[in-house]
Ligand binder design. Sequence first.
Ligand SMILES: NC(=O)c1ccc[n+]([C@@H]2O[C@H](COP(=O)([O-])OP(=O)(O)OC[C@H]3O[C@@H](n4cnc5c(N)ncnc54)[C@H](OP(=O)(O)O)[C@@H]3O)[C@@H](O)[C@H]2O)c1
Length: 253
Amino acid sequence: MKALITGASSGIGKEIARYLAEQGYDLIVAARSTDKLNELRDELTNVSVRVITIDLSREQDAYDLYEHLTDEKIDYLVNNAGFGAYGKFSEVPLETEMNLIHTNICAVHILTKLFLVDMKKRNSGTILNVGSMAGFCAGPTFSSYYASKNYVVRLTEAIHEELRREKSNVKVSVLCPGPVDTNFNNTANVRFSAKGLDARYVARYAVDKTARGKMVIIPGFAMKAAKFFSHFVGERFLTGISYGVQSQKNGDK
Ligand SMILES: NC(=O)c1ccc[n+]([C@@H]2O[C@H](COP(=O)([O-])OP(=O)(O)OC[C@H]3O[C@@H](n4cnc5c(N)ncnc54)[C@H](OP(=O)(O)O)[C@@H]3O)[C@@H](O)[C@H]2O)c1
């Protein structure tokens, strides 16, 4: 069995890689930080680990990643690479946002499409896309990130339902955590307003729920409750709450 994990050099992706290695998956780990991926390869001695350096903010790299692996049978794809950009929409540099859209949306779309087609031909395989609680609403001062995760959540839900109707053995799930203790906030230049969950816990929870065919995976009681209660407030009100949550984060640290 073989798994491809994007963004495996740190945080949730690294922990998913460790857990899948524990389960006996040979790994292909992809990200920009080759040194960190090599460290992970050296740590995981029980399975074979192949390191691929890619920058998914460049659209072509997503196609190249698939092309590199045409001779490999990928049983498990984790689209985890992603980042956030804090600031008012009018103030965040367009280039940052385009990099975000390519990494968080285009790469997820391209890799999901290409590997799903192969998995459907074999009628087996698993795709875990990493969304976020940000995928359930708008995010003033974090607008592109929230919008990108809305895309990931809705795309995955639609594919999940298509596969269910086809009675396919291929599984697809979306992980939607709230704050998790990783490097994410440093990259996005924010501080979390709430204490983050442990990345190891989130990774294990996500892989276990994906194995059971769950469509949307929300780790932790607080975020499950937040999602439940969000159904009772209107979109407009939810956007206001979201602004309040984001404004507790200090973009300048
Ligand atoms: N932490 C949270 O609170 C939280 C909550 C909800 C959802 N998420 C989602 O969880 C996923 C993982 O984030 P994390 O929290 O684990 O943060 P992280 O520790 O910053 O990890 C992000 C990973 O994505 C990779 N990455 C970023 N840009 C990339 C690019 N252009 N090309 C290839 N790889 C790239 C990074 O690798 P390199 O830098 O080596 O390229 C790194 O391995 C993201 O999709 C994030 O949106 C995080």
